[in-house]
Ligand binder design. Structure first.
Ligand code: CP3
Length: 348
């Protein structure tokens, strides 16, 4: 039953071994990705071409016996479709030509028509599902409204979140208007991925952890909850599990688990046994090895995989993952060591 380990674990059903997939399992640490990227052009060109997005999605699955595939795309496709002009600056990450900073600029935004402006994403999902042929489940994803808003308002990556926090504190109504339009866009976008065949979805709230507890609930969690409530079932009528991942969300796990999501993604700043004690059997847990552990030697990686497995214990409801994405400097042999260790050490 290796092909449905991931979906079973997300539903907290028994499995023959703990399933494992990794955030950013496709990408620059793989030489085959770097080669294709050189031939194909920009990162956005890869995302917007369903054949190439499919190929990159499958690359890590050819190397490692991963239990899940994740759609190759980006969270910033939505603001790109809203007309903000996404581009990537080498060494600096994503930037927008037209950030939105004022209530007037926010009032002009519209929920994008998914088929017209983001049709390449469901097209990639359909192609990947066909290629996977039922062997490995496919995870779709989107950014949280708050995390998308940080890039849209700051215009790129940020250290202090000066512009978006000023907006949030000075003009909360405009901030809520922006988050409302993003929540409706993300729900429509994830539903298009589900209709096309995504079998689980993850909401990446990469920057929820920069908020105060009160602001997290009001400006990030409330909107993720709305999305959870608006998600459709799969075309075959089954419920599609949804994973919420807030980096730095350790203090708020109980509130996250109360949204109706199926699983919580944990970063590496909390022990998974403590997280499990706090949320009980309410949700599955995904995580939570320090991504920097992949810089260590394979035998050290194995010891630390054993520690996470032991802390979680022999209960249903664990999906092994890193606490954040694989970084470009990682040696693919170390990823192989991690994946093998998870399966070998957890085999029932
Ligand atoms: O996990 C996977 O393998 C699926 C692919 C995926 C990418 N981005 C590919 C990518 C996913 C799930 C994302 C989500 C994403 N994108 C997030 C949330 C997850 C997280 O990491 O916290 C965020 C914040 C973004 C925005 C973004 N896109 C950033 C910060 C960067 C890195 C910029 C850089 O130069 O380091 C990107 C680009 C990006 N997204 C790359 C990949 C493989 C690198 C593209 C390249 O240069 O070839």
């Amino acid at each position: 039953m290796s092909h449905d380990r991931l979906l079973r674990a997300l539903k907290r059903e028994p499995v023959d071994a703990t399933p494992v997939w990794l955030m950013r399992q496709a990408g620059r640490y793989l030489p085959e990705y770097r080669k294709l990227r050189e031939q194909a052009g920009s990162f956005l060109d890869l995302c917007q071409n369903p054949e190439l997005a499919c190929e990159v999605t499958l690359q890590p699955l050819r190397r490692f016996p991963l239990d899940g595939a994740i759609l190759f795309s980006d969270i910033l496709t939505i603001p790109e479709a809203m007309g903000l002009g996404l581009h990537f600056v080498a060494g600096e990450g994503p930037h927008f030509h037209h950030p939105v900073r004022t209530p007037d600029e926010i009032a002009k935004l519209r929920v994008p028509n998914i088929e017209e402006s983001l049709g390449y994403v469901p097209a990639a999902v359909r192609l990947i599902r066909r290629e996977l042929d039922g062997k490995t489940p496919l995870i779709g994803f989107a950014g949280s409204p708050w995390t998308l808003a940080t890039y849209m308002v700051e215009g790129g990556p940020s250290k202090n979140y000066q512009h978006i926090k000023a907006l949030m504190y000075n003009a909360p109504d405009a901030m809520h208007q922006l988050l409302d339009i993003l929540a409706r866009s993300v729900a429509a976008y994830l539903n298009a991925q589900i209709a096309a065949g995504a079998q689980a979805v993850q909401i990446f709230d990469t920057w929820g952890g920069v908020l105060t507890p009160a602001a997290y609930r009001e400006f990030s969690l409330a909107y993720m909850q709305r999305i959870v409530e608006q998600l459709d079932d799969a075309p075959d009528g089954t419920k599609v599990p949804v994973i919420l991942f807030t980096k730095g969300g350790g203090p708020w796990l109980e509130a996250m688990a109360a949204t109706g999501c199926d699983a919580l993604g944990l970063d590496w700043t909390i022990n998974i046994d403590e997280a499990r004690e706090r949320v009980g059997d309410k949700v599955a847990l995904q995580g939570n090895l320090d991504p920097a552990m992949l810089y260590a030697k394979p035998e050290i990686i194995r010891d630390n995989v054993a520690d996470v497995l032991k802390r979680f214990g022999n209960h249903p409801g664990h999906v092994f993952n890193l606490g954040h994405g694989v970084t470009p400097q990682v040696n693919p042999d170390h990823v192989a060591a991690l994946v093998d260790a998870v399966h070998e050490l957890s085999a029932r």
